[in-house]
Design a binder for this molecule. Sequence first.
Ligand code: CA
Length: 161
Amino acid sequence: MRAPQTAAQARQPVTGRVLIIEDQRPLRRVLELNLAARGLQVDSAASGIPALGLARRNSPRLIILDLGLPGMDGLEVITRLRVFCAAPILVISARDAVTAAEDALAAGADDYLGKPFAIDDLISRIQALCAGPGHQDGSAERPAIPPGQVSDDDGVAGSRG
Ligand code: CA
């Protein structure tokens, strides 16, 4: 899963808004402080419903998501985010939860980091995800088919009645 990273990429500062979804307050606070100290704007939530509201309102550039949340499960949060949000999702969860991580990636997450982790590792993942293609902004509003382009299926649909 780990993509090779160039030195230039590692030094590249990341700017923009990040959404942290983590129910453990001390860890959430550490993440907030460290990311804000690197110049990022930080939103945070302790559970899924408020997190979805923040994602919808603020179109974060990247989302950091703990899988073990009270109420709505982390996997469900991913599924619901993906309906309207294309921002990369970095999942953080217990190291032994390999299956959970695979489920998260299958549900639409982009990367996984086991707890406990070093902040430097987290920052590296964030930089790599934000440098990736197709994630320049957090919106999912681009249509799958460009306007004016009609697929082959549409062409034959009428004759089949
Ligand atoms: Ca948790």
